[in-house]
Design a protein around this ligand. Structure first.
Ligand code: 4AD
Ligand code: MG
Length: 468
């Protein structure tokens, strides 16, 4: 076969160099046709669209033709021509075909369109080859790019926080332990407690649930930083919105109060959504047509609206009024309760019909590091609540006062051996500062319109599931 420089299908489809010979490589999506002429839909992952390869059957041996089945990979040299068929601009009239790899129709699982998302989760190693998951993972890449771009343009520095840690940042105790000890033969003291001196780190260590505490160290030096990495939570939540391994973006800003923090969060999400609409429209249009007819309207909607800013106490009043008027929730509503996603979604979808930033939560249901309000009961927390998702961002202004922070740490019995270095940010040159965490997959749920978080990460980790 003649060597011709490969053109990606995304570029071929935009080309008008009719009459020239091009090379494309990809995987066969479908093959149809007659005795004389076959039409192959070829996809190389560069775009959701396939290029049509027209095969004059007489030009090729039956040995080659019989290998062109769904899933097979091949290289094609052919003449770029203007397409006669509707829905496509160009097609390629094949001169030469080289089959790279066959895909036996008897065993290749992705035969036809219309496999259920549940089935595709069982073959997560192959699902990126479907239109749906190709679209989702291209959008995922674009969102990661937009996030770095947003922060870089605003003078934030990308700061790498550790994945292995000896402190439990959120104080929630839902951490995966990291150890090299022999679990069948654990060293124990006279009380039966495991001795970690001989463990890899010489102490008990875990996978991080958040990079925030180290992020604060960086913010009180570099001014404005963000982290973007995987985090791990061993919470046994088998819901469509929880993963045991998920990616989080955590900006942390010196000299920001909670108002600045809310403004940044709103601008940040809007920037990402705008980026998706501007750069991923083919993929979003596909998902809109296939899964969620309101997706594009919803994305455009959040760009137009100002997010509501509402204290928790006001939010509880609205929910209590709803209950009084006969609305039923599965979980109870009262001041002090940690809101369930049905409550969050009521505020967003039914009451305000736009995103809500809920602030000033009871201190008992929030982490120790949040700035304490004068009322002694609430903290300067902010959760951003989104349609279809519920909580998409959690954050706060941080307690900058050493004594108040220390008191809270002691009240909650957080061990000082984990906290001394964090407290040093308040001991030396403390400043007002704020930050938040965006769940990357929650953002992707919103942007793709998918209903289950397992479908927006390539290889989901959930309770009882770590395949692939
Ligand atoms: O509200 P969270 O727990 O906040 C923190 O971790 C803070 N340290 C953030 C900060 O202030 N720097 O988590 C932040 C976000 C949530 O709003 C949610 O979007 C996402 O992370 N999240 C999860 N996403 C998927 N699966 C899970 N199990 C998640 N837990 C939280
Ligand atoms: Mg939260």
């Amino acid at each position: 076969m003649e060597t011709i420089r490969r053109t990606k299908i995304v570029d071929v489809l935009k080309s008008d160099a009719f009459g020239t010979v091009v090379n494309v490589k990809g995987w066969v999506r479908t093959r149809r046709g007659s005795k004389q002429v076959n039409f192959i839909a070829l996809n190389d992952g560069s775009t959701i669209h396939n290029v049509q390869v027209v095969v004059d059957v007489d030009k090729f041996s039956e040995d080659v033709l019989k290998l062109i089945t769904t899933g097979a990979s091949m290289s094609v040299n052919g003449v770029l021509v203007q397409s006669q068929g509707k829905g496509q601009q160009v097609e390629i009239q094949a001169n030469e075909i080289e089959i790279y790899g066959t895909a036996d129709p008897a065993t290749y699982p992705l035969q036809k369109k219309g496999h259920s998302l549940e089935f595709l989760r069982e073959i997560a190693h192959l699902r990126p080859r479907t239109n749906t998951f190709g679209a989702i993972f291209r959008i995922r890449h674009n969102m990661a790019y937009a996030i770095h771009k947003f922060f870089h343009e605003r003078g934030f520095f990308y700061f790498h926080t550790p994945l292995i840690t000896a402190s439990d940042c959120e104080g929630a105790g839902q951490m995966f332990q990291v150890t090299t000890l022999d679990l069948n033969n654990l060293p124990k003291d006279e009380n039966g407690a495991v001795v970690y001196d001989g463990d890899f780190f010489g102490k008990q260590a875990s996978l991080t649930v958040s990079g925030q505490l180290e992020g604060e160290l960086a913010a009180t030096a570099l001014g404005q930083i963000y982290t973007f990495g995987p985090t791990f939570r061993a919470e046994n939540s088998n819901t469509p919105r929880h993963l045991a391994e998920f990616w989080m973006i955590e900006p942390e800003m010196a000299f920001y109060d909670i108002q600045d923090n809310m403004e940044l969060a709103e601008a940040f999400i809007k920037y990402c959504v705008q980026w998706a609409l501007d750069n991923c429209m083919d993929d979003i249009q596909f998902l809109n047509d296939m899964f969620d007819k309101e997706l594009i309207a919803r994305l455009q909607g959040v760009l137009k609206e100002d997010f509501v800013r509402l204290p928790y106490t006001e939010g509880i009043k609205i929910l209590e009024e709803a209950v009084a008027k006969g609305h039923t929730f599965e979980f109870p509503v009262y001041w002090g309760v940690d809101l369930a996603s049905e409550h969050e979604r009521y505020l967003v979808e039914e009451h305000f019909k736009r995103p809500v930033i809920l602030t000033d939560y009871p201190k008992e249901i929030k982490a120790f590091y949040m700035k304490q309000n004068e009322d002694g009961k609430t903290v300067r927390a902010m959760d951003v609540l989104f349609p279809k998702i519920g909580e998409i961002i959690g954050g706060s202004e941080r307690e900058a006062d050493y004594d108040k922070l220390l008191n809270r740490i002691n009240e909650l019995h957080i061990p000082m051996k984990d906290m001394w270095w964090y407290l040093d940010t308040r001991r030396f040159g403390t400043v007002p500062h704020s930050g938040f965490g965006l769940g990357f997959e929650r953002l992707l749920l919103f942007v793709t319109g998918m209903a289950n978080i397992r479908d927006v990460i390539p290889f989901p980790r959930t309770p009882k599931n770590a395949d692939f």
